[in-house]
Design a protein around this ligand. Structure first.
Ligand code: SF4
Ligand code: SF4
Length: 277
């Protein structure tokens, strides 16, 4: 029997989540209320999961720790502490769209169309964006403003507006413009350099040195500068063989490099240990 790769399972989960958030507003209107909400707050029975960034803003602004609110965000942060930013690679619908657009650009754009490749840390840029957002929030706002930059939230709200309030949200244009910029630059700009949602997830995973990560065994590697399927497979333009901070803060454990490597030398694998082996 053919064994499916981790890539197949990942796509199935991503597509299932993306479709769920399209039909959820329709189901809610028909009376199904076991699951309702969006990527700011999703309610599944008695369980509520909240965007940790929104919870952080509300908690800091009100200077009040609500155990219920902290638990709703804590579950997501604990998952990130154990498994890294798998929210981005397995759950987030914008991550799926961004990956598909990146794959399309690779196929259809001529090679003469140069890929924009910044050798800078996206994590550092996110620190600046988040800091500015927090300052603005504290000075002028009462509601979590940084979530206006949440692509998964915009994605879910597009269908809430469409099916419940019967109008097309401005978010459609916003998402389309970002995806078009990613297409022509052949670079996943939003996820690597801007998205503040992923910031706290990265912080959570860095707190646990034993979180799931891509390990590299040099002795098994038969690739070289020109034969590097793992690097080519990475939609975030990372090289999983260079074990540096860039990989640590920006890799989302999608596993695409591991699948590409399996066809060659099996030098990459997921592992929990502190040191890459
Ligand atoms: S970086 Fe942001 S937009 Fe990209 S996949 Fe992660 S949560 Fe979604
Ligand atoms: S380094 Fe590998 S696991 Fe990490 S984002 Fe790139 S392809 Fe995915």
């Amino acid at each position: 029997m053919k064994r499916h790769s981790i890539q197949t399972y990942r796509r199935i989960i991503q597509i299932t989540v993306a479709i769920t958030f399209i039909i959820l507003p329709l189901l809610n209107q028909l009376g199904f209320t076991f699951i309702w909400g969006n990527f700011l707050n999703i309610h599944i029975g008695d369980l509520t999961l909240s965007d940790p960034l929104a919870v952080l803003q509300v908690t800091l602004k009100n200077q009040y720790f609500s155990p219920r609110l902290l638990m709703s965000a804590g579950i997501i942060l604990i998952i990130a502490m154990c498994f890294g930013t798998i929210f981005c690679s397995w759950i987030c619908p914008f991550g799926l769209l961004s990956e598909l657009v990146h794959g399309l650009a690779k196929r259809v754009l001529p090679n003469t169309f140069k890929k924009l490749n910044f050798q800078i840390s996206g994590f550092k840029i996110k620190i600046y964006i988040l800091s500015l957002g927090l300052i603005f929030f504290f000075l002028f706002c009462t509601r979590p403003i940084i979530n206006q930059l949440s692509m998964p939230l915009w994605y879910s709200q597009i269908f809430q507006y469409l099916f419940i309030q019967k109008h097309i949200s401005f978010a459609v244009l916003f998402v389309a413009v970002i995806l078009f910029a990613e297409f022509i630059s052949r670079n996943r700009l939003w996820c690597r350099y801007i998205c503040p949602q992923s910031f706290l997830l990265v912080i959570a995973k860095l707190l646990n040195p034993f979180h799931l990560k891509v390990g590299y065994r040099k002795e098994k590697c038969i690739g070289n500068k020109n034969n590097n399927p793992c690097q080519k497979a990475c939609s975030l333009s990372l090289d999983p063989r260079t074990l540096n901070n860039l990989l640590e803060t920006e890799c989302n454990n999608c596993g695409d490099c591991i699948v590409a490597c399996k066809k060659l030398g099996k030098a990459l694998n997921f592992q929990f240990s502190r040191h890459f082996s």
